[in-house]
Design a protein around this ligand. Structure first.
Ligand SMILES: Cc1cc2nc3c(=O)[nH]c(=O)nc-3n(C[C@H](O)[C@H](O)[C@H](O)COP(=O)(O)O)c2cc1C
Length: 315
């Protein structure tokens, strides 16, 4: 049974990637998870410098979801290269570095620094963080800015680049297209949905940042739809995520068009989820008499062409 997938130039042993921000720098989990058994690890978003992030409370539970505003706390790229990358390399992890900047030049500088380091498999461009004032959504919610940052990073590196798209736009497929036109090797989606929760007794926001990003099973059907939209819009591979909590969810995203998937919030609930996901995928392939997981990609069966005009789903 072949679980491997090809994400542009990146060959992954299986389609399971730890989502950025939900798996630290990977090493935090090294005692409980064989890091080399994952398809890849997307490490916590890195700026050039260190950041403290927002004050607590930064995380709130919501129905079937998790609302958070961490504010991209992190150790900065240079400490990452010095303190984390060598151990990740030793452990055979396939490392995708999630990078964040406030300006195009910062993304370019990050790409340059990381291009010179052995053990970086790809760059995920975080142009979709809802929790920082500078950068983030400034790039991810504007087609020209998306094109500008992706093409500038494209010129700066030969590493595979994967813009991570925000769901907080009307037409996510147009952002996938802008990324493809700018030379991206793949796109990943979705980052979290802008959301808010209020303590009605105190009438105070539950997060110190007032608004945050929603993840977990609550967002899954929207994320699946967005993956399907992007898969139909571009030729480059789509990496899907949003609320995956079991093998059936992985398979759903792949049928919708994802070449690989990322798992975030669910790995907080169950750090041992990876083996279970892999076993579940194997079981599904066996039951459906499939030899390769890649055969599932974009394999949705339709009775008739879909109508996805403005009124789709409104009746
Ligand atoms: C606590 C937390 C921190 C996150 N940090 C990052 C980050 O640094 N960079 C990024 O691109 N996405 C970040 N994300 C978004 C996740 O990578 C993922 O896109 C999102 O949570 C949806 O997947 P899920 O429902 O499986 O968690 C974070 C999510 C959570 C819950």
């Amino acid at each position: 049974m072949d679980l491997s997938v090809q994400v542009g130039p990146l060959h992954l042993r299986n389609p399971l990637i730890a989502a950025s921000g939900c798996f630290g720098y990977g090493l935090e989990y090294a005692d409980v998870v064989d890091l080399s058994s994952l398809g890849a690890i997307a490490v916590k978003g890195l700026f050039l410098g260190e950041r403290d992030g927002h004050p607590p409370p930064r995380i709130v539970e919501t129905p079937s979801g998790m609302l958070k505003a961490i504010g991209l706390q992190g150790i900065g790229v240079r400490r990452f290269v010095r303190e984390k990358l060598p151990s990740l390399r030793e452990r055979g992890a396939v490392v995708i570095v999630n990078i964040c900047g406030s300006t195009v030049d910062e993304y370019v500088e990050l790409a340059r620094i990381l291009s010179g380091e052995e053990g970086v498999a790809a760059l995920e461009l975080n142009i979709s963080c809802p929790n920082v004032k500078e950068g983030g959504l400034t790039f991810g919610c504007n087609l020209d800015a998306t094109f500008a940052v992706v093409s500038a990073v494209r010129r700066a590196t030969t590493l595979p680049i994967i813009p991570k798209l925000t769901p907080n736009v009307t037409d996510i497929a147009s952002f996938a297209r802008a990324s493809e036109d700018a030379g991206a090797d793949a796109v990943s989606l979705v980052n979290t949905f802008l959301a808010m929760a209020i303590d009605v007794e105190t009438r105070r926001p539950k997060l110190s940042n007032v608004v945050g990003g929603l993840s977990g099973p609550a967002i899954r059907p929207i994320a699946v739809r967005m993956v399907y939209d992007c898969w139909r819009a571009v030729k480059i591979p789509v990496i899907g995520m949003g609320g995956i909590a079991g093998a059936r969810d992985v398979i759903e995203f792949m049928i919708a068009g994802a070449t690989a998937v990322q798992v975030g919030t669910a790995s907080f609930v169950d750090p041992f989820i990876w083996g279970k996901l892999e076993a579940g995928i194997r079981g599904y392939l066996e039951r459906h008499d499939l030899a390769r997981v890649a055969d599932l990609i974009g394999s949705l069966r339709l009775e008739r062409p879909i109508d996805n005009g403005p009124a789709a789903g409104c009746a």
